[in-house]
Design a protein around this ligand. Structure first.
Ligand code: UDP
Length: 378
C-alpha cells in the first residue's frame, strides 16, 4: 500500500466511499486509495453466496434497492443490472399472517370486515378520534394518531419495542413516518418508481464500482493505524463513525445494532416470502429473512438459508446500524459536527460519518453531491 504522493484516500468501502472513489477515478482521472477495516467491500450492503445452500445472502440483513432519483438509478445501472423484485412484507401476529405496511387487506382481516377503501378510512378515523391526539409528540402518539390503538398495539407496539428496546413514548415520531398506511390493496412496501436487487448481487456491484484502474482497495486496514503516515495534502473522504474519528472526546453516539442467527435448511422453501416480521413481543426476534426469494430469476437447489434478526444496543466496536438520535445524542453530534468543520482536507459522509439513517439510494445521492460540491471544486 503506497501512501507517498497519495492525493485521495477514501475510508470505508460502502456505498458512500465506493461512489466517491469511482467519481474521483473516472471524472478526475486521479489515483485513489480505498481502505476498509472489514475484510470485504460493500459495507452493510454486502452480499455473498452461502456455500451451504448456494443462496446469495445479505450479510447484514435484507437490502432492497429503491429510489425516486433517476440520476442515482441511471448511475448504478452503469455498474449492474437490477432484477424486477418488488418488496412485500408480511407480519405474524397471534399466529395469523397479515400484510405490511398496513393496507386494506390488513385492516379487513384484523377487524374481520369487508370494508371498501372509504369505509375503512372512516372506521379507522373513528378509532383515531377516541384518543384526541392533535399534536403527536412521540412515536407512540404518532402511531395511535395514524391508525388508532388496536392496530398500533397489534402491529407496531410489540415489534418496535423489540426493535428499539425503549419506552416508545421516548422515541421520536419521525421513525414511524417510514411506514405508510394505505386504504387500498396496494401492498408494495416502497412507493418509489425504481426498485430491484442487483442481478449478480451487491458484492458484484461493489466490485464493479471499485474496479476502475485508478482505484486501489485495501481491506482489513484501520484508518487509525495509518493516519500518521498520510501525506498532509491528501484529501481524506471519511465514512467511518464520526465519534470514533474524534476519539470519542465528546462521548459515544447511540446506535442500535443487529444480530443474525443464520440457518441452512434442507428444504425448498421455509416461509414463502423474503421477509416475515414477528409483531408480538413474545417472539424474541423481530423478523426472518429468506434470501432466495430476492432472486426469482435464479435457479436454486432444494435448500434455503434463513436469518433470524435480533436488535440490540451497539456497544463500542459493534457494527452500528440505526442511529438512536436521543436528545443527548443530538447535542453530542452537534459538537462533532462543529469539530469536523475545522478538519482541513477531510470530508465526512455516509450514514456513520453523518450520524443519520439513510437508505442506500440516499447515500448514493449524498456521494454524488459531495463529489460535485466538495471534491471536484477543491
Ligand atoms: N415497524 C413496526 N412494525 C413492523 C415494521 C416496522 O412497528 O412490522 C416500525 C419499527 O419501529 C421500525 C420502523 O417501523 O423501526 C421502520 O420500519 P422499516 O421497515 O422501515 O425498518 P428497516 O427495514 O429500515 O429496519
Amino acid at each position: 500500500m503506497e501512501l507517498d504522493g497519495l492525493k485521495y484516500l477514501v475510508v470505508g468501502a460502502g456505498f458512500y466511499g465506493a461512489v466517491v472513489a469511482e467519481r474521483i477515478a473516472e471524472v478526475l482521472g486521479k489515483r485513489v486509495l480505498v481502505i476498509d477495516k472489514r475484510k470485504h467491500i460493500g459495507g452493510n450492503s454486502y452480499s455473498e453466496i452461502d456455500s451451504r445452500t448456494g443462496v446469495e445472502v445479505h450479510n447484514y440483513g435484507s437490502h432492497i434497492f429503491h429510489s425516486k432519483d433517476v440520476r442515482v438509478w441511471e448511475y448504478l445501472n452503469l455498474f449492474c443490472k437490477f432484477n424486477n423484485y418488488r418488496h412485500r412484507v408480511l407480519t405474524k401476529h397471534l399466529d395469523e399472517v397479515y400484510s405490511m405496511p398496513m393496507n386494506l387487506m390488513t385492516i379487513n382481516k384484523f377487524y374481520e370486515k369487508r370494508f371498501t377503501p372509504g369505509e375503512a378510512k372512516e372506521f379507522v378515523e373513528s378509532e383515531i378520534k377516541k384518543f384526541h391526539i392533535d399534536h403527536p409528540a412521540n412515536f407512540e402518539e404518532k402511531g395511535i394518531s395514524l391508525i388508532g390503538k388496536p392496530l398500533y398495539e397489534a402491529f407496531i407496539k410489540g415489534y418496535s419495542t423489540k426493535q428499539w428496546q425503549k419506552n416508545l413514548t421516548e422515541l421520536p415520531e419521525s421513525i414511524i413516518n417510514r411506514l405508510p398506511v394505505r386504504y387500498s390493496y396496494n401492498d408494495r412496501y416502497f412507493s418509489d418508481p425504481y426498485e430491484g436487487i442487483p442481478i449478480d448481487g451487491y458484492g458484484t456491484l461493489f466490485e464493479n464500482l471499485l474496479g476502475h484502474k485508478n482505484i486501489e482497495t485495501e481491506l482489513g486496514v484501520d484508518y487509525f493505524d495509518i493516519k500518521d503516515k498520510i501525506p498532509k495534502d491528501c484529501v481524506v473522504i471519511y465514512s467511518g463513525p464520526i465519534d470514533r474519528y474524534f476519539e470519542y472526546q465528546y462521548g459515544q453516539l447511540g446506535w442500535r445494532t443487529l444480530r443474525f442467527e443464520s440457518e441452512a435448511l434442507d428444504i425448498d422453501d421455509f416461509q414463502g416470502t423474503t421477509v416475515m416480521n414477528y409483531a408480538d413481543e413474545s417472539t424474541p426476534f423481530t423478523r426472518i429473512h429468506e434470501f432466495k426469494h430476492y432472486h426469482p430469476e435464479r435457479e436454486f437447489n432444494p435448500k434455503t438459508t434463513i436469518f433470524r434478526e435480533f436488535s440490540q444496543f451497539a456497544k463500542k466496536g459493534e457494527d452500528p446500524y440505526y442511529p438512536i438520535g436521543s436528545d443527548s445524542d443530538k447535542l453530542t453530534y452537534q459538537k462533532y459536527l462543529a469539530a469536523s468543520k475545522n478538519e482541513k482536507n477531510v470530508i465526512f459522509g455516509g450514514r456513520l460519518g453523518g450520524y443519520v439513517y439513510l437508505d442506500m439510494d440516499q447515500v448514493v445521492t449524498m456521494a454524488l453531491n459531495h463529489f460535485k460540491t466538495k471534491i471536484q471544486s477543491f
